[in-house]
Design a protein. Structure first.
Length: 393
């Protein structure tokens, strides 16, 4: 492809072209430019807002729409990718877009340039077949900040769209939702995420004179055990049990003969709909206070969480997505809230959102790859969904 030529509209060609754009967060890498040119050529009005926030990198985003009326269907996703890690360890270059043995290799193949390519191929095909005057609208809300701090991406893009008076009835987010086979799983919600930073305070001193010091490490271990020992809850009808994991314990003491003054640990909790970040934070404090018993001096920092648990009640739109998946794969997807959080946590305040995309088995891994056949089938699912969405009375 010459620099200005557009790839053909097949999902494979689009996914290869996107993978060849090195868009490791927060770099745009040419990926959004490519989408903009493809969407503009198909008659979409395209906008490229760039957002900033002190202390975070500026990030480029894309919003596109064709049609002004309803029903209005929004496709959402991201073109940024996580770093490839050791590029020499990859079987094929992470930004080459190589196809071998029926698999397309590259960073973002499943998470989620492949998914973006499929939604684009399906929408461009529908618009070409029906003409731009179909009754309704199709939108694209694509960020370059999903894998990063998620501050200058979807959350601000939605505010920007709201301020312009953009409205959508339903959103399909194309994150990789299937554990091992296309058609297995739709995500209808996500657990919340809360991070805690725990510090136990002691008094520095000589290891040979412990009575003149106060070692914070046993206290930190006691508090950490207290948080890990008791389950947080037993799960709910739609959500797994909440889980807490310590991610680091740090003392940073280079000396073998000094009792340190402080010991620190960080934990992250993935919580279900029976909690908010506030009620869960209060419960964590209650458990720590009980374990400390007035004798362990600690401070707990709970940075504000922008990731609540949420659930989208299955509705007629969910039924359309299920029907499209069943027709193309023969599988009936389970409706799940498992896994990490996603940008759907922001979109849910804008319109009902569900997630369905590729098989996520290799996401974030060396040799991330997608079956070319899955790209074609996911495009057929999205194409069928669009047709049935706009055919509704
Ligand atoms: N970096 C962002 C969001 C982090 C989102 C991340 N999500 C996943 O890993 C999704 C994978 C899956 O379960 O399908 C997470 O949950 O940490 C931020 O921090 O805002
Ligand atoms: Zn993703
Ligand atoms: Zn990811």
């Amino acid at each position: 492809m010459t620099p200005d030529a557009l790839p053909d509209r097949s999902p494979l060609a689009l996914a290869q072209a996107l993978i060849r754009c090195p868009s490791v967060t927060p770099e745009e890498g040419g990926a959004l430019d490519l989408l903009a040119r493809l969407l503009e050529a198909a008659g979409f009005a395209v906008h490229r807002p760039r957002f900033s926030e002190p202390g975070t990198p500026d990030v480029e985003n894309l919003f596109a729409r064709i049609g002004t009326g309803g029903p209005a269907l929004l496709f959402a996703g991201h073109t940024d990718v996580v770093p490839p890690g050791e590029t020499g360890a990859w079987r094929h270059g992470p930004f080459d877009g190589t196809v071998a043995d029926g698999l397309l290799y590259g960073r973002g193949a499943v998470d989620m340039k492949g998914g973006v390519a499929c939604m684009l191929a399906a929408a461009l095909d529908f618009v070409a077949a029906s003409g731009p005057g179909f009754a309704g609208s199709i939108g694209f809300l694509i960020t370059g900040d999903e894998e990063g701090p998620a501050v200058n991406g979807t959350v601000k893009l939605l505010d920007w769209a709201r301020a312009r008076g953009e409205r959508f009835d339903h959103c399909l987010l194309g994150e990789p939702t299937n554990p091992s086979a296309l058609g297995e799983m739709i995500k209808i919600g996500r657990r919340g995420s809360l991070t805690g930073k725990l510090t136990v305070h002691g008094r520095q001193g000589h290891v040979a004179y412990p009575h003149k010091a106060e070692n914070p490490i046993p206290g930190l271990l006691r508090l950490a055990s207290a948080l890990c020992e008791q389950p947080i809850d037993g799960g709910t009808a739609h959500f797994d049990a909440s889980n807490l994991a310590f991610t680091t314990i740090d003392v940073g003491n280079p000396a073998t003969n000094v009792i340190p003054a402080e010991a620190r640990a960080v934990f992250n909790i993935r919580f279900n709909e029976s909690w908010t970040a506030e009620t869960l934070g209060a419960e964590v404090r209650r458990r720590l206070d009980a374990a400390a018993g007035g004798s362990i001096r600690f401070t707990l920092d709970l940075p504000p969480s922008n990731a609540p648990a949420f659930l989208t009640q299955p509705d007629a739109f969910t039924d359309l997505v299920i029907a499209a998946i069943e027709a193309e794969t023969g599988l009936r997807p389970v409706l799940s809230t498992t896994g990490g959080t996603s940008d759907a946590r922001f979109i849910k305040d804008f319109c009902p959102v569900i997630e369905f995309g590729l098989v996520g088995e290799t996401m974030h891994q060396t040799d991330e790859c997608v079956a070319v056949a899955d790209l074609e089938r996911l495009t057929a699912i999205y194409r069928r969904l669009i047709a049935s969405y706009f055919a509704r009375p």
